[in-house]
Design a protein around this ligand. Structure first.
Ligand code: NDP
Ligand code: AKG
Length: 423
């Protein structure tokens, strides 16, 4: 049964408990993973264009640092809240461990609907937020990156604000920044690209022919839009896509470049799109659409106990963080619908963030081929590690992924003496 109200942090803990149980761990060995190491809530007062003062609430949560500096994106969303950011931070720790890059996990957010702010207001909001979280971040400490409703431009403002306070330019304090100021080629597309790499491998392993399948994608932002573009470029048939306003469908395949071009005007939404042969659907209809592969690429808690029994896809590749509730997972497993978990499927973004950070440390710039080939190598290795673990433990891919992550994080913690030895 669906809990009264979904809480992503409780959802994360429920999955963590299941996976730790399957690994046979004592609670002492993984208890610390239930709690963030550090949480900061800040007030962000800014002057609006009309002269009024408004105070926004912001967060930065650092979940675990056993494997390296904290790493994770910053989200601007009206529903951002401490429990959401705590869950997102934990998912970052697990994700970085699964792809085996030397980071812990963190996440940040501001409770704001960025559509209601002018660009000048957004700049002031970002700069003030940066000053508030400044004691926590830094290239060796905690490195933010883009997430929902933030992008390279926002990362540029954060880097500039941080650099002003340090008295010199510090490009490595954020990743996902514009290439001209130290960003990595390929970072903007990396999450979507990683999703398509994992989808292709997994579908092929299932004995399916990816080019003959139909795909539905929820969310046409950085991740969903990029994944849609790559799949379309590979000749795949994308039969339905959606954004916040709703979705469009065409069983013969949608014209993705036309849709991406249409949405590049940020004032437009899919509800207003009228391409050839296109019909409008709701987001619920998108999730339960008659397709082979469903790619949720929007927000948490989209696939729930309410709609899991109506999902028609054979495979779900989680591009978003936390799109499936624990209850839905159970229903999908019983229905033999394969779920490729977020902490594996969408890890391409943080992998190329890692490349960006390395390039910043070395003052080097890689070529696109090097970025994409190394990304593919890392994603394939992570996929094999997760698959091996799920096969060994006769469990779902999500359980396999969590077990790989918990094992690596707990090993690192143990090798550092463990939390109890500090007492
Ligand atoms: N950016 C990154 O590198 C990474 C992102 N992720 C995760 O991927 C997901 C998407 O992030 P990203 O693409 O960066 O964010 P964006 O802000 O670029 O895009 C979000 C997309 O989701 C749509 N959306 C928002 N709410 C809903 C809803 N209720 N129903 C349907 N669609 C909705 C938005 O529509 P509209 O434009 O109309 O608001 C937009 O198309 C998030 O879960 C994020 O945490 C994971 C790893 C890395
Ligand atoms: O690139 C990064 O550092 C983090 C991206 C992110 O927030 C995520 O993977 O959810």
């Amino acid at each position: 049964m669906e809990p009264k109200s979904y809480n992503p942090y409780e959802n994360m803990i429920a999955v963590l408990e299941q996976a730790a149980g399957k690994l046979g761990l004592e609670s002492n060995e993984y208890e610390t993973l239930k709690y963030p190491e550090r949480e900061l809530t800040v007030s962000i007062p800014i002057k609006m264009d009309n002269g009024e003062l408004r105070v926004f609430e912001g967060y930065r949560v650092q979940h675990n640092s056993a494997r390296g500096p904290y790493k994770g994106g910053i989200r601007y969303h009206q529903n951002a809240n401490p429990d959401e950011v705590k869950a997102l931070a934990a998912w970052m720790s697990f994700k970085c461990a699964i792809v085996n890059i030397p980071y812990g996990g963190a996440k940040g957010g501001i409770k704001v609907d960025p559509r209601e702010l002018s660009k000048d207001e957004l700049i002031r909001l970002t700069r003030r937020y940066t000053t508030r979280i400044l004691p926590l971040i830094g290239p060796d400490q905690d490195i933010p990156a883009p997430d929902v409703n933030t992008n390279g431009e926002v990362m540029g403002w954060i880097m500039d604000t941080y650099s002003i306070f340090k008295g010199h330019s510090v490009p490595g304090v954020v990743t996902g920044k514009p290439i001209e100021i130290g960003g990595s080629i390929g970072r903007a597309e990396a999450t979507g690209r990683g999703v398509t790499i994992i989808a292709e491998k997994c579908l092929t392993d299932l004995g399916l022919k990816p080019e003959e399948l139909s795909y539905a994608i929820q969310g046409m932002g950085n991740v969903g839009g990029t994944a849609a573009g790559i799949l379309y470029g590979q000749g795949k048939r994308i039969v339905a896509v959606s954004d916040w306003s709703g979705g469009v469908q065409n069983p013969d395949g949608l014209n993705i470049p036309e849709i991406v071009e249409f949405l590049s005007d940020r004032s437009k939404c899919l509800k207003e799109y009228a391409g050839e042969g296109v019909e409008h659907i709701t987001n619920d209809e998108l999730l339960t659409y008659g397709c082979d592969v469903l790619i949720p690429a929007a927000l948490e808690n989209q696939i729930t106990a309410d709609n899991a029994s109506r999902i028609q896809a054979k495979v779900i590749v989680e591009a978003a963080n936390g799109p499936t509730s624990v209850e839905a997972d159970e229903i999908l497993a019983k229905r033999n619908i394969l779920v490729v978990p977020d902490v594996l499927a969408n890890a391409g973004g943080v992998v190329v963030s890692y490349f960006e950070w390395v390039q910043n440390i070395q003052s080097m710039a890689w070529e696109l081929d090097e970025v994409n080939q190394t990304l593919k190598k890392i994603m394939m290795k992570a996929y094999q590690d997760v698959r091996r673990m799920s096969q060994e433990k006769h469990s779902t891919m999500r359980m396999g992924a969590y077990m790989v992550a918990i094992d690596r994080i707990c090993t690192a913690g143990r090798l550092r003496g463990g939390p109890i030895s500090m007492a």
